[in-house]
Every structure is written in structure tokens, then in C-alpha cells.
Design a protein around this ligand. Sequence first.
Ligand code: CUA
Length: 192
Amino acid sequence: MAIRPPEAKVWWNEPIARGELLWIWVAFLWGVIMFLVMVYWHLVGRQNLSTEVYRIDAQVYEKRVDDFAQKFKVRDEGDTGIPVVRPPPGSDAYMLARLWSWWPILELEKGQSYRLHLSSLDWLHGFSLQPTNINIQIHPGLEQVITLTPTEAGTFTVVCNEFCGLGHHTMVGRIHVVEPGQAGPKPAGQGD
Ligand code: CUA
């Protein structure tokens, strides 16, 4: 009981009761196991992406994404007015996060690999690709690059999952994955 002070002042020299010692060992070993699971899961769990990260100035990044969007834009997305950009297979694709949108919308071909660049212009945002389990924190001043090979056609939603202020819940983006060679345009407003 901890209500009264210990009878022996130098209580830390008292022997530890067997039951308590047992629990200390259980907790310690469990900690060790969970630590090893982190390493194991990184290698085997196919959850943690190996991203490359570079320092970059937000203005420089914005310019790069603008140039990219201008060069490969195929249309505007009907319901959002955001440009849909279709980079050539095997090339670099860019998306930027800012209060409160992901920009632009990408259109990628299934089975092709892309180097996807991600960064933020202003704040900490999140890149959570739904419904697949890809989750990346997007910091301003840091450009993350993932090698991405879509394996399924369809429309994928990018959700910002780092609280970034009033419009956080509206901050969604989109990636279309189309069958190889398939023409881009789709009816406006489809595929939410
Ligand atoms: Cu951006 Cu939450």
C-alpha cells in the first residue's frame, strides 16, 4: 500500500517480490519482442515504403509541378476543375499538397512504373492512398519520391490524414489508373 510511507526508508534495497519480478521480466521481454516485430514487419509486412527524400524549396517544387501539369495535361476533371495529368509511362509524376487540396489529378497506366514525387507547399499534410494501404507524411521543404507501379485499374482517392486546419476534411485528391493504352477521358464527375 502506498498510502503510508514505506517502513524502511531505503526501500530500493528491499528484495523484489517474485511476482513483481516476473511481471518486470514479462514486460521487458514483450518490449523486446515488439521491437523486433517492428524490424521484421518493415522487411516482411510490405507496409513501409522505402521513399527517397530530398530537400527542396517550396517555390521550386511548385514550379516543377506546374511545368509538369502544363506539359502532360489531358483535360480538366469535370466535377473539380482540377487538371488531369497523364505522364508518359516510366517517367516522373508530381503531386503537391497545399491548404486544402492535392494537385493535380494523375492518370497512370496499369502495370507501368512511375516515380511519384510528393511535397507540400505550406504545412504538414498526409498522403493516404485509398483503398490501398499507402500512408506518407508530407512535409514542406522535403520532396519524397516513391517508385509506384499500379496493379489495378480504377480511381483511387488521396486523403490528407494529417490535421491541417479548417479545410482538412475537404482535402482529397485523386489518381486514375487506366488499362494500358486506354484513352484518358471519362465522363465528368464519375469515379468518386
Ligand atoms: Cu492537409 Cu489535412
